[in-house]
Design a protein around this ligand. Structure first.
Ligand code: DX5
Ligand code: ZN
Length: 212
C-alpha cells in the first residue's frame, strides 16, 4: 500500500519540519489539499506555500485541488512539478482537455470523485489518467468519519480499471486508519491518504508502517 500523509493535519507552525518528518518516516508521497473556500467550505494553502513544501520534501507531491476555476489553479501548480495533480470530476466541464493539459506538462493526471458522484463518467476518461482518487469523506476538512458505502464503489472502479487501464492507480482519501486499511487493500486500493491518523499519532513511522 502506498501512503500519502495529508499535511492538512500537520502543525502549520512547524510545517517544514512536519513535512521532513513524514518523508523521513517513509511515506511515498506528500498529499497537499488545496481548498479555495468555494468548491469546499474551507480555505487552505496556495502555490506560494506549496512551493516551499516542494523545496524541502524528499518525496514527490500529490496535489489535490478542491477549487473552482480548475484551469487557472492547475497552471499555478504545474511549475512546482508534483507527481500527481488531482482534479474533481464535479468541477471541470472540459475534463478530457484538462487531463491532456496536465499530461502534456509531464505531470500524472488524476480525477477525484466526491462520495455522491457515480463512477459511470469515468468510463470515458479512464484510459487517459494515471489515478482515480475516491473521496471517502465529503471534502473540506480533516478528521472526518469514513463513509462505509464507498467500498462498493472502489470495487466497481477496480473492475473498470482492469478492463480499460490496468496501470491506473486507486487512491482513497478521508477517514483512513488502521481499522479500515485491510478492507481497503482487499477492495483494490493502491494508495491511501491519511491526515489525522498519521499527524495525530506520536510516532509517524509506526503509523505509516501500520497502513503499509
Ligand atoms: C479532505 C482532504 C483530506 C484530509 C484527510 O478534504 O481531502 O486529504 O486531509 O484527512 P483525514 O485523513 O484526517 O480524514
Ligand atoms: Zn485530499
Amino acid at each position: 500500500m502506498l501512503v500519502a500523509p495529508s499535511i492538512l493535519s500537520a502543525d502549520f507552525l512547524n510545517l517544514g519540519s512536519e513535512v521532513q518528518a513524514v518523508c523521513r518516516a517513509g511515506c511515498d508521497y506528500v498529499h497537499i489539499d488545496v481548498m479555495d473556500g468555494h468548491f469546499v467550505p474551507n480555505l487552505t494553502i496556495g502555490p506560494l506555500v506549496v512551493q516551499k513544501v516542494a523545496q524541502i520534501a524528499s518525496k514527490p507531491l500529490d496535489i489535490h485541488l478542491m477549487v473552482e476555476n480548475v484551469s487557472s489553479f492547475v497552471d499555478m501548480f504545474i511549475p512546482l512539478n508534483p507527481e500527481f495533480i488531482s482534479i474533481h470530476f464535479e468541477e471541470e466541464k472540459h475534463l478530457h482537455r484538462m487531463i491532456a493539459h496536465i499530461r502534456n506538462s509531464n505531470i500524472r493526471p488524476s480525477v477525484v470523485l466526491n462520495p455522491h458522484t457515480s463512477e459511470e463518467g469515468l468510463k470515458y476518461i479512464l484510459e487517459d489518467i494515471d489515478m482515480v482518487l475516491i473521496m471517502s469523506v465529503n471534502p473540506g476538512f480533516g478528521g472526518q468519519q469514513f463513509i462505509p458505502n464507498i467500498y462498493k464503489k472502489i470495487q466497481n472502479i477496480k473492475n473498470m480499471i482492469i478492463q480499460k487501464n490496468p496501470n491506473c492507480l486507486i487512491e482513497v482519501d478521508g477517514g483512513v486508519n488502521d481499522k479500515n486499511i485491510a478492507l481497503l487493500k482487499q477492495s483494490g486500493v493502491d494508495m491511501v491518504v491519511a491526515g489525522s491518523y498519521i499527524f495525530g499519532s506520536d510516532n509517524y513511522e509506526k503509523a505509516i508502517f501500520s497502513l503499509r
